[in-house]
Ligand binder design. Structure first.
Ligand SMILES: C[S@@+](CC[C@H](N)C(=O)[O-])C[C@H]1O[C@@H](n2cnc3c(N)ncnc32)[C@H](O)[C@@H]1O
Length: 238
């Protein structure tokens, strides 16, 4: 079972270094039309940003806690996207939409056997010519940079340890939080995540026949390289 319980309340703070602005530049360039679906929307950073640009958005996520944060972010931004708690592999809007996004590792949580299901489902609810923009942490990043490594953040109210162990298919992550209560005592909470290391060729063979696509290195929007950490795809429904 993947986490995003306890982490939800701290997610935006811990993601402070993720380049959402750079991502939105790509989306502003690529996405046409007025209605879209943000798969694995998490705390809704992209759902809310696209709603603020006037798009009619639906955010989809399995974690109720993350959707709770997304609703708070939407309220704070005075926008009103729809949020749905559902698996992105099966979610279908009521009618075909103009575009879909899946930002910052959402697809790394989808098991390799479900990759084709994820894209078949997206193809079913996108209009012909509609764009799908998504990314993954690359196999190189998961196995060589963050795998078998420990990261931490230490704030006044929370200390957080992120311990990663590689396995043949990806990385098992154990997140440990020490959260300071009002009495100054710390409560320990843990959760586990599994991220799957999809290869570029596995993703592209699951996309083919349904989408035309181009892959980029998100860091410079150039070609994918051996040490690309985040691969971003811009796809068009055939
Ligand atoms: C790293 S977060 C990314 C959140 C958001 N897209 C962002 O850019 O900040 C991954 C999210 O994917 C969600 N998730 C994982 N597997 C999912 C699935 N099968 N269907 C829907 N959401 C899923 C998790 O609950 C989590 O909120």
């Amino acid at each position: 079972m993947n986490g995003y319980g306890c982490l939800a309340a701290y997610y935006d703070r811990l993601m402070a270094d993720f380049d959402y602005d750079g991502y939105l530049e790509v989306l502003d360039r690529e996405l046409k039309g007025s209605e879209g679906t943000d798969l694995c929307c998490g705390s809704g950073r992209i759902t809310v940003a696209l709603s603020k640009r006037g798009k009619r958005m639906t955010g989809v996520d399995t974690s109720g806690e993350m959707l709770g944060e997304a609703m708070k972010n939407a309220r704070a931004a005075a926008v009103n996207p729809v949020f749905v708690q559902q698996d992105a592999c099966v979610f279908r809007p009521q009618h075909p939409v103009d575009f879909a996004t899946c930002v910052c590792d959402g697809l790394n949580y989808v098991k390799p056997k479900d990759l084709a299901v994820f894209f078949e489902n997206a193809a079913c609810f996108l209009k012909k010519g509609g764009k799908l923009v998504f990314d993954i942490s690359s196999e190189y990043k998961l196995k060589k940079i963050i795998g078998n490594n420990v990261f931490y953040e230490d704030y006044d109210d929370i200390t957080y340890l992120w311990t990663n162990k590689t396995f043949s298919g990806g990385v098992k992550m154990e997140l440990t939080f020490f959260i300071r209560g009002e009495d100054g005592k710390y409560i320990k909470q843990t959760e586990e995540h599994t991220q799957y290391a999809h290869t570029q060729s596995a993703v592209e063979s699951a996309l083919k026949d349904k989408f035309s696509f181009r892959a980029y290195d998100f860091a410079d929007m150039g070609n994918v390289k051996a040490k690309t950490a985040r691969i971003l795809w811009v796809c068009e429904r055939l």
